[in-house]
Design a protein around this ligand. Sequence first.
Ligand code: ADP
Ligand code: MG
Length: 323
Amino acid sequence: MYKNNEWAVEAHGLVKVFGDNRAVDGVDLKVRAGSIYGVLGPNGAGKTTTIRMLATLLRPDAGSARVFGYDAVKESQIVRQLIGVTGQYASVDESLSATENLVIFSRLLGLGRAEAKAKAEELLEEFGLTEAAKRPLKNFSGGMRRRLDLAASLIAQPPLIFLDEPTTGLDPRTRAQMWETIRRLVKTGSTVLLTTQYLDEADQLADRIAVIDRGRVVAEGTVDELKTSVGTSSLHLRVEQASDVPETRRTIEQVLHAVSGVSSEAGVITAPMANADLVTDLLVALRAKGIRLAEMSVQKPTLDEVFLTITGEGAKNKEEASA
Ligand SMILES: Nc1ncnc2c1ncn2[C@@H]1O[C@H](COP(=O)(O)OP(=O)(O)O)[C@@H](O)[C@H]1O
Ligand SMILES: [Mg+2]
């Protein structure tokens, strides 16, 4: 059926310029069919603009994009049949109820009358919107709209689904529900490309991630690869006897060859660790000195730290600055 079964998205050198603002400045993306791909970046990074080009809603100024092998510009009609974009569905008519809107979508997609009604009820139930089903859309909160939006995109369940910040502004419970739904979509055969400003969301959901900043992909890989590329893990250690802290610090410095960065606060000693294998040597050395440990862990960097390292700026600060 597809020209390319392996890659749901292949974009090369995508550019979009608004006035003198290069909103998207040469983006390459490859999304494997059947995966969840996360595009992670702060407000204004160019995420939505990128998605709009991939989804045939905006014409690129340069570069090319293919969806399952079909060109997003030259074969946009075919591409449109293969994709779903949340945001474009939410309402046919604001004065109609959620049920009526979903029934209309289902009918537009070719479902029969009874089938459309059953589908609408099933989706509203799943998204916890049964109570609100009869209310007109204009009385819906932002979170309810978002849920209805995703529900609408599930009627057809297209092979490739674009979700632009699907959980921004949602309460934790609804957010977790969204994550479950997204995972289910992929289990049942769809490919999902989602954008997010939440590092933990990309971490939780995505098989691969592109970190985008100022219209450019600044890092790409699996979550683990990104974390590893940032380098050192850190060692966290708590000793049973506070009086052992100085000797423990000396031992860590010797064994890990950590000349700087070893710190202790409230009895917890933290040290950078380039080579996780050395942790065995350290434990042996501490045991030999009779130092007893209360706690020990080796932690990979968080995605926040990854972002900070790659872009030189904290993602949180940017969000706040633009909010
Ligand atoms: N239609 C538009 N006209 C002019 N500028 C735009 C338009 N859409 C987006 N931009 C600008 O392009 C940049 C990227 O925006 P966007 O793709 O929405 O980022 P994100 O989705 O990552 O927050 C921003 O500087 C934004 O102001
Ligand atoms: Mg956006």
